[in-house]
Design a protein around this ligand. Sequence first.
Ligand code: ZN
Length: 264
Amino acid sequence: MIRNYADLTSYEMGQIVREETIVLIPLGAVEQHGHQAPLGTDMMIAGAMPEYIRQEMEKRDPDFPMLLFPAIPVGLSVEHMAFPGSITMKPDTYYHVLYDIAESLHTHGFRKLVFLVCHGGNRPAVELLSRQLRHDFGIYAFILSSGAFSHPEVQATISEGNSWDFHGGEMETSMVMAIRPESVKPSLSETGYKAGGYRGKNAVNFSGPAALPWMGEDLEDCHGRPIGIGGNPAGASAEKGRVILRRSAKELIPALMEIRDWEI
Ligand SMILES: [Zn+2]
């Protein structure tokens, strides 16, 4: 059965076969998402995805052994600090926050964790962490990403030209409209430019300085439209958001079933 970790009493937790139960930990962020979508976009997606996953999983296996941990609201968002309201942890702080949660879970006998990455910037820290948890505690920490943005069903809903704009564009704005419509301000909507890291000429296997176009002093150079998002969010809608959330949850089901069956 899939239940919310924080809803259980300690007594109920004592009844759970913890070594066979997956703990899903959604990882959000508080950072700018353009003029129209809220700072809490990734936090809200991290908060909502588990319920979509629960609904999809219950169709397949109502007894699926998983607990949904409360979403971690803040993550690594240093590249957005030039915009009012963005909040970031330092990478080592973030690593240790997640490490301490995982160590506590290990103390209670959990062996399988799933970090659900709802903000790409959090991923590198979680990759380092998962190896360390395996070494230190024998924990199996898996990493899944929310947002099946490239899935044909999602792409079919998105306006032309927006198909690869993952940050603060039509897709994420739609997701928030499905979750918390009152926080989206379509009248403030402006078009951004395609996000992307530095690409050196002839630079195979060379990632260059890890800068996004809207990062720090590069802000003014962002093609004159330094609003820090990709694409045009004007076509966003709650219905598109529900398609993306449902499809993203559905895409995670096979991986979760594999994790359940993983021999420890
Ligand atoms: Zn986001």
